[in-house]
Design a protein around this ligand. Structure first.
Ligand code: GRF
Length: 204
């Protein structure tokens, strides 16, 4: 059987994409990044992909009449590259019905908080301002809500008294780079089973 083909969607820096590509290159992940798609032309993520010789495609949402049309173009690109699992990595858009229907239970996301706490934007700032003692990150399947889908893996980090959103984000990011490839590896190994809103890890 060939390696699981990943399509990564990113809007910016692409450090999670990098962690996924590195894990795949090191053989820690039975998967390969088949294509990277970005809604932002200048996304560093596109550069990171190109420097690995991975197809990197900018699709401009502004050049489509509707969200459906934009997503149909994204789906077409993913299909053209034989993508089996879609990984959102700093993709700053809400996934709509067109993509969800094209990849049912086959879209993952990483969020920099312990969901269901602090969904949405600026999760690290939300955590610092709320005064929680611990935060972390969550890899989950994507559904129609904002950061609401079934949870695959989480990692916890302490929140220190003098943390700023930036220092906390850096501590969380280290864990993101660890658990995202791990979650993808579980999927690649066929070990994730979704029942209702829970994800069971087989042979854990
Ligand atoms: C990460 O913090 C991720 O959890 C969030 O967006 C950020 C993306 O960072 N969804 P990068 O582009 O992977 O470096």
């Amino acid at each position: 059987m060939g390696k699981l083909r990943l399509g990564v969607l990113a809007s910016g820096r692409g450090s999670n994409l990098q962690a996924i590509m590195d894990a795949a290159a090191a053989g820690r992940l039975e998967a390969e990044v088949a294509v990277v798609v970005s809604d932002k032309k200048e996304a560093l993520a596109l550069e990171r992909a190109r420097s690995r010789g991975i197809p990197a495609v900018h699709i401009d949402p502004g050049s489509f009449a509707s969200k459906e049309d934009y997503e149909a173009a994204v789906v077409e690109t993913l299909n053209k590259h034989g993508v089996e699992l879609v990984c959102l990595a700093g993709y700053m858009r809400l996934v709509g019905k067109t993509m969800l229907r094209a990849f049912p239970n086959r879209i993952m996301n990483i969020h920099p908080a312990l969901l269901p706490a602090f969904p949405g934007l600026n999760a690290q700032k939300q955590a610092v301002e709320y005064g929680v003692r611990y935060s972390g990150c969550t890899v989950h399947f994507v559904d129609e809500g904002v950061d609401t889908g079934p949870i695959i893996l989480q990692a916890v980090v302490p929140v220190l008294p003098d943390d700023t959103p930036e220092t906390l984000a850096a501590r969380i990011l280290e864990q993101e780079h660890r658990i995202y490839p791990e979650a993808i590896a579980l999927f690649a190994a066929g070990r994730l089973e979704i029942r209702g809103r829970k994800v069971y890890i087989k042979d854990a």
